[in-house]
Write a protein that binds this ligand. Structure first.
Ligand code: ADP
Length: 465
C-alpha cells in the first residue's frame, strides 16, 4: 500500500498579508474586546464607590469606636470590603477572563462568628483585596479616561457618517464624506481594542495576585480535597464490592449446604446437577468480578498496560463479530450485522484491549436487545480519527442513566430487573482502556429504540512493508 506524503506548501505573500490583517482586525468581532471596554468604562465609578465607602466607613468607625455604634460601623465596613472584593473577583473573571483562585478556602471546622472574624482579619488575602479596592480608584481614573479617549473619537468617526447615511440615504455626493471618516474610525477602534485588551490582561494578572489565595495555599487545599475524594471512593468501593459479593456467595453457600445434607434430605440427582451448575456459574461470576477489580485497581495506580501500535481495524472488527455470532444467533436470536469496513483504515490501539472493549460492547448490545432485534458494527473515518460504532435496536437507556453508565458499579433499573449477570463494571473498564489508548468512548441512546456506543481512536499510518 502506498502512503501519501503530506503536502507542504509555502504560503504566498498575499496569504501572509491576509493572515496578518485578519489577526489585526479580529479584535473588532471578539466579544472579549467589548467586555474589556465595559470593565474599563465602569472602573472609575466603581473605584470611587469603594474608596468613599471604605475610607468614610473606617474613619467614622474609628472616631466613634468608643461607643457601640462605631464598632458596628467598622464591622459593616469590613463586610462591605469583603463583598466588594467578591464582586471585583467575579468582574475580573467575567470581563477580563482572569484566572483567579478562590478568595478563601473552606474551613474544616464550624466556627463562631467571633472566630470567623478573627480568621478573616488574619488572612493575607483580606488585606491584599482591601489594597486592590483602594488602588482601583487611581486605576479607574486612568482606565475609564483611557477608554473614553480612545474609543470616543473612533466611535464618533464611525457612527456620525453612519447616521447621515441612514437619515439621508446613500447618495453619491455624500458617500465619500461618509466613508472618509469611517476608515480612520475603524482603524482607531481596532487600535483602541488592542491597547485596552493589553492593559486589561495586565490588570487581570494583578487582580489574580490580589484577589485570590496564593497558589501554594490553593495547591495544598486541592491536594487535601483530592485525598478526601480518594478516601471516599475507596470507602464506596469496599461497600459496593461487599454488596456485590453477598448475593453470589449466599447462593453458593445455600446450594453447597443443601448438597451436604444427610442422604435422606438430599435433593434428587437432577436437582443436584442443577444446583452444581448454579454454583459453578456464580463462582465464574465471582472470578470475573475479581479480574475486573484488579483491572480497575491497576488503572487507579496508573499501571494499566496498553501497548499501542498501528492496528488495521477491519480484520479486528471481523474477528469480534465472528466470535459473537453464536451468542447473538443461538442464545438471543438477535441478528449481528457488520458494515463493510473501509479498507486500509488503521488506528493507534492495543489490538487485544481493543478486541476486549469491542467484545464487551457487542455483548451488552446483544444482551439488551430483545429477540428479533439487530446489532450492527460500523467503522468510519472522521478527519484524523477512526470511529468504531456498535448500534443496537434494544431497550435503550434513559437520559438520566446515560449520564452515569460509565461509572463503576452503575446499573440501570431495567438491567437489575433482568438480572443480566454483570456488576456494572464493564463500561467503566472499557472507557479506561480506550482512554489509555488515547481515544474516547461515548454513548447515545433513544429509550425504547436502541443505543449506539462509539469508540474513537487516533488514525495511524499503516506500517511500512
Ligand atoms: P454490566 O456488566 O452490568 O452490563 P456495564 O458497565 O457493561 O455493566 O453497563 C452498565 C449499564 O449500562 C448496564 O447495567 C445497562 O443498564 C446499561 N447498558 C450498557 N449497554 C447497554 C445497551 N447496549 N443497551 C441498553 N443498556 C445498556
Amino acid at each position: 500500500m502506498e502512503t501519501a506524503e503530506p503536502a507542504t506548501s509555502v504560503p504566498s505573500t498575499q496569504e501572509v498579508t491576509a493572515e496578518r490583517l485578519k489577526r489585526f482586525f479580529h479584535v473588532l468581532w471578539e466579544p472579549r474586546s467589548y467586555l474589556t471596554a465595559v470593565y474599563f468604562l465602569t472602573a472609575f465609578p466603581l473605584g470611587l464607590t469603594y474608596f468613599v465607602v471604605l475610607v468614610l466607613g473606617s474613619m467614622v468607625g474609628a472616631v466613634t469606636s468608643i461607643v457601640v455604634v462605631g464598632i458596628l460601623i467598622l464591622l459593616v465596613t469590613i463586610a462591605a470590603a469583603w463583598l466588594f472584593a467578591v464582586f471585583e473577583r467575579e468582574l475580573a473573571i467575567w470581563l477580563l477572563n482572569a484566572k483567579i483562585p478562590p478568595l478563601s478556602l473552606p474551613e474544616d471546622e464550624i466556627l463562631t462568628p467571633w472566630q470567623l472574624l478573627r480568621r478573616h482579619l488574619q488572612r493575607p488575602t483580606t488585606w491584599r483585596s482591601l489594597a486592590f479596592l483602594l488602588v482601583k480608584l487611581p486605576f479607574g481614573l486612568f482606565a475609564t479616561w483611557l477608554a473614553i479617549a480612545m474609543l470616543g473619537p473612533s466611535l464618533f468617526g464611525i457612527l456620525l457618517p453612519l447616521g447621515d447615511l441612514l437619515s439621508y440615504g446613500p447618495r453619491p455626493e455624500t458617500l465619500g464624506a461618509a466613508i472618509l471618516p469611517g476608515i480612520p474610525g475603524v482603524l482607531g477602534l481596532t487600535v483602541s481594542f488592542h491597547v485596552l485588551n493589553y492593559v486589561g490582561k495586565l490588570w487581570g494578572r494583578f487582580a489574580a495576585d490580589m484577589l485570590g489565595v496564593s497558589a501554594e495555599q490553593h495547591q495544598v487545599w486541592e491536594a487535601k480535597r483530592r485525598a478526601e475524594l480518594a478516601d471516599q471512593s475507596r470507602r464506596e468501593l469496599i461497600m459496593n464490592v461487599s454488596h456485590e459479593l453477598r448475593t453470589p456467595i449466599a447462593t453458593i453457600q445455600a446450594h453447597l449446604d443443601s448438597l451436604l445434607l444427610p442422604a435422606p434430605d438430599r435433593p434428587e440427582a437432577d436437582e443436584v446437577e442443577r444446583r452444581l451448575r448454579v454454583t459453578a456459574r456464580e463462582t465464574r461470576r465471582l472470578s470475573d468480578l475479581i479480574e475486573d477489580l484488579l483491572m480497575l485497581a491497576r488503572a487507579d495506580a496508573h499501571e494499566l498496560k496498553v501497548t499501542t501500535r498501528a492496528v488495521e481495524v477491519a480484520p479486528l472488527v471481523d474477528q469480534v463479530a465472528q466470535s459473537m455470532t453464536p451468542l447473538a444467533k443461538q442464545e438471543r436470536r438477535v441478528t449481528l450485522n457488520k458494515d463493510e469496513a473501509p479498507a486500509g483504515t488503521w488506528a493507534m490501539a492495543d489490538p487485544d484491549r481493543l478486541a476486549q472493549v469491542l467484545t464487551n460492547l457487542v455483548r451488552n448490545a446483544i444482551n439488551y436487545t430483545p429477540e428479533g432485534g439487530v446489532v450492527s458494527l460500523h467503522v468510519a473515518e472522521a478527519g484524523d480519527r477512526v470511529q468504531i460504532g456498535v448500534a443496537d435496536t434494544g431497550i435503550g437507556i434513559e437520559p438520566d442513566d446515560l449520564a452515569h453508565i460509565f461509572e463503576r458499579f452503575y446499573r440501570t433499573d431495567s438491567s437489575r430487573a433482568r438480572n443480566s449477570g454483570g456488576f456494572g463494571l464493564g463500561l467503566s473498564i472499557a472507557r479506561e482502556l480506550v482512554e489509555a489508548m488515547g481515544g474516547t468512548l461515548t454513548a447515545s441512546s433513544q429509550p425504547g429504540l436502541g443505543s449506539t456506543f462509539w469508540i474513537t481512536l487516533n488514525e495511524a499510518a499503516p506500517p511500512q512493508a
